[in-house]
Design a protein around this ligand. Structure first.
Ligand SMILES: C[S@@+](CC[C@H](N)C(=O)[O-])C[C@H]1O[C@@H](n2cnc3c(N)ncnc32)[C@H](O)[C@@H]1O
Length: 231
């Protein structure tokens, strides 16, 4: 039985991790990269990798047993454009994103993140300013960030953070505030579960704008938001 939530701010998940580079992960490392943050059991990304062989797909997940199971599925499917890695995305992706070859990252999906409802737990939410800044730095102009949640109180602050960054804009034809359908061909497991119950899904898509990254704090702010410890 896999625990439903882990606290990403506990010391166990605050360790530095040297994540492998795309050339260590994929048979064709120069293919455009899709990064799925909070990939869970990985079935969404496995289906995406089968449907989109012209991209590499990397799923990151903080619950190690899910990563082990997802990797076993990947090996059984013989897919060389797919990988899953254990990490705390809020912390460990920051450096990894900095080291990516420019222009490689084309799509980031952040779907149904753990809600952490209590305000004293909001720092446990995966999308923190440091991660968003690193995504903005790594995504080339036109690169896509797709976010989904079934909880308005979760996605609204994500949208506010993304919009306050000044680094992203909605594609001009996308409805505001929410997309009615998923622009991707595959639904996530949580999405299927929510839709099967007839509940709403809140989706928003952004493209990286041209221009420098500002408005998301300096290096010290970023460091502080990453290493804040909380029991
Ligand atoms: C509610 S599940 C959604 C899974 C999947 N995206 C979906 O839509 O079906 C959120 C996932 O994000 C993972 N997660 C939460 N915080 C994380 C973090 N800091 N780094 C990586 N994964 C995280 C959780 O362990 C969980 O598997």
């Amino acid at each position: 039985m896999v625990r439903q939530h882990v606290n990403p701010l506990s010391v166990l998940y605050q360790q530095p991790l040297a994540l492998p580079s795309p050339s260590d992960l994929f048979a064709q490392p120069c293919l455009p990269l899709h990064l799925d943050i909070g990939a869970a059991r990985g079935r969404f990304l496995l289906a995406m990798a089968e449907r989109c062989p012209d991209r590499n797909h990397l799923g990151v997940e903080i619950r190690r047993p899910l990563v082990v199971a997802a990797e076993a599925d990947r090996q059984a499917a013989g897919l060389t454009n797919l990988h899953y890695l254990f990490c705390n995305a809020s912390l460990n992706l920051v450096e990894w994103l900095q080291d990516l070859p420019p222009g490689l990252l084309q799509l980031v999906t952040l779907q149904f993140p753990d809600p952490w409802f209590k305000s004293r737990h909001h720092k446990r939410r995966v999308l923190q300013p440091a991660l968003l800044r690193s995504l903005a730095l790594a995504l080339p102009p036109g690169g896509t960030l797709l976010m989904q949640s079934d909880v308005l109180a979760v996605i609204k602050p994500m949208v506010a953070l993304v919009e306050a960054s000044g680094c992203f804009e909605r594609p001009c034809n996308d409805p505001v505030p929410w997309l009615e359908t998923n622009p991707l061909a595959v639904a996530t497991e949580r999405e299927c579960h929510v839709l099967a119950q007839g509940l709403p899904v809140y989706r928003v898509r952004y493209h990286r704008r041209h221009g420098p990254v500002g408005g998301l704090g300096n290096e010290q702010d970023i460091h502080n938001s990453c290493v804040t410890t909380q029991a």
